[in-house]
Ligand binder design. Structure first.
Ligand code: BES
Ligand code: MN
Ligand code: ZN
Length: 495
């Protein structure tokens, strides 16, 4: 989709639809008053007659208003003036895009309530409009034999009168890069497990490295991982015919001495559970067990697009988890790269087995912080549902920064405790540590397991089991937590 900004009067622009914000109780925003005036007062009269109330996200459409060049005018409610923020903007833009689609519009001129909001809010208004307009037209039809006949919005003009072209442009560029990062994450995640294998993901990393300068990739195969003694990771892939890969991507936007942010993403391209086989219902959704790695791809691509002045490393342990004669068996004991021995009491707790070796590998980058992102536990869905990602950290400062970044981006995370009292649940009679901690606090004991492998660096863990994809009628990847990660990185680049 093409998104352009214009500084001119919206009533003089041609197009399928001019979108105008209205306040609660049908009160005109400043920009709506301008449009109303051009229509000789007709717009407001029609709005009153139609019973339009200006509730946030409600829309109404009028055709062929005199004085207005666009074919239609869409009024969209934004609620009360003091309620306009990033979140309401996202809801409003989703409603607008849905209505444009229903009206078969392929382009629109969108005005925003700048006069009604503080200057600090203007960046968010533009960025979130760009991001959620792009998100709304996302479709995944790569695996359909014929392309869909649906016509989608392909051009949006944002009216940015009076707020500075450079500023507006930056917000659009940021919104677009995050949207493209989410699209990449969603595309990779939605691909089926027979196409999106560890080898496929490795190829994708190499493609990104060819596309961007200051960007490199390195792929370790099983032999190379053996040399590094990644016995835990390799024990998971042993049960699969697809060879595991350790995928490393580097965006080198910062100075030589700047310590990198390392993002570690769980890349389980299919999780059948292994010998501790999962039940059949919804097992297809375990192709999404690589959504953590997909978000690392999305975030790194956005860093490259934006040329962020940061060093960012992505590390993706990628494998399948299958039942097989050579697969891990419950009770097996494996030795991790860190030297800790692990009793595999449940082969379905495999995410932590591949992540632990990747976390040890991360040490060699002398990281400023390490953030791992993983569809790690069903228990996280029980605790937080599908709206909020789970967050655990060994640094309250990093936890606070990530929570704040998520709140700003409408991609929320909620912190769970990591205490020594929970660590006890991982005791094993036979090895240094067990890979499960029993039914109580399953997300926390998974976090505790990872925490044993974080050396002495600053670390946070995002459990995205509930937020990375949707089930049922709307089955599909969400692209989360790319917005949270990018907001965190943008905040870091600023400070
Ligand atoms: N990938 C799953 C977690 C998961 C399950 C995410 C359902 C989203 C939806 C993970 O590998 C897993 O199987 N975890 C087990 C851990 C248990 C054996 C301690 C789980 O959550 O059941
Ligand atoms: Mn599993
Ligand atoms: Zn898994």
């Amino acid at each position: 989709m093409m998104i352009q900004i214009k500084n001119s009067s919206p009533v003089k622009l041609s197009g399928n639809c001019l979108v105008v914000p209205m306040l609660k109780n049908n009160r005109l925003t400043s920009i709506a008053a301008q449009v109303n005036e051009a229509s000789g007062g007709l717009l407001h009269q029609l709005a009153k007659k139609s019973g339009f109330k200006g509730e946030a996200g409600s829309t109404t459409v009028f055709h062929n208003l005199s004085g207005i060049k666009a074919l239609r005018v869409m009024l969209v409610g934004v609620g009360n003036k003091n309620e306009i923020n990033g979140k309401t903007t996202r809801d409003v833009i989703e409603a607008v895009m849905k209505r444009l689609q229903q009206e078969n519009c392929t382009n629109a001129v969108i005005t925003l309530p700048f006069e009604e909001t503080a200057a600090e809010m203007h960046y968010s208004l533009i960025r979130e409009t760009t991001l959620y307009a792009e998100n709304a037209i996302y479709r995944f039809d790569e695996c359909k034999s014929k392309p869909s006949k649906e016509t989608l919005v392909d051009k949006i003009t944002l009216i940015t009168s009076g707020i500075g072209d450079q500023y507006a442009k930056k917000a659009v560029v940021h919104g677009k890069a995050i949207a493209d990062g989410m699209k990449l994450a969603r595309d990779l995640s939605n691909l089926p497990g027979n196409i999106c294998t560890p080898t496929y993901l490795a190829g994708k990393a190499q493609k990104l490295a060819r596309k961007y300068t200051k960007f490199s990739s390195k792929i370790l195969n099983e032999k190379e991982m053996e040399k590094l003694k990644m016995g835990s990771l390799l024990s998971v892939s042993r049960g699969s015919r697809q060879p595991a890969k350790l995928i490393i991507m580097e965006h080198k936007g910062g100075g030589k001495d700047q310590q990198p942010v390392v993002l570690v993403g769980k890349g389980l391209t299919f999780d059948a559970g292994g010998i501790s086989l999962k039940p059949p219902a919804k097992m297809d959704e375990m192709k999404y067990d690589m959504c953590g790695s997909a978000s690392v791809f999305g975030a790194l691509q956005a860093c490259a697009e934006l040329k962020l002045p940061l060093n960012v490393v992505g590390i993706i342990p990628s494998s399948e988890n299958m039942p097989d004669g050579d697969a891990n068996k419950p009770g097996d004991i494996v030795t991790s790269m860190a030297g800790l021995t692990i009793e595999v009491l449940n082969t379905d707790a495999e995410g932590r087995l591949i992540l632990c070796d990747a976390l040890t590998y991360a040490e060699r980058y002398n990281p400023a912080v390490v953030i791992d992102i993983a569809t790690l536990t069903g228990a996280c869905i029980v605790a937080l549902g599908h709206h909020t990602s789970g967050l655990m950290a060994n640094s309250q400062n990093l936890a606070d920064e990530l929570i704040e970044a998520g709140n700003q981006a409408g991609d929320k995370a909620w912190q769970l405790p990591l205490g020594d009292e929970y660590q006890k649940q991982l005791e094993s009679n036979f090895a240094d540590i067990a890979n499960i901690g029993g039914p109580a606090a399953g997300s926390i004991t998974a976090g505790c397991f990872l925490s044993r492998f974080t050396g002495d660096y600053t670390w946070a863990h995002l459990d995205i089991a509930g937020t990375a994809w949707q089930s049922g009628h709307n089955k599909g990847a969400t692209g989360r937590p790319v917005p949270l990660l990018l907001n965190y990185l943008l905040n870091r680049a600023k400070g």
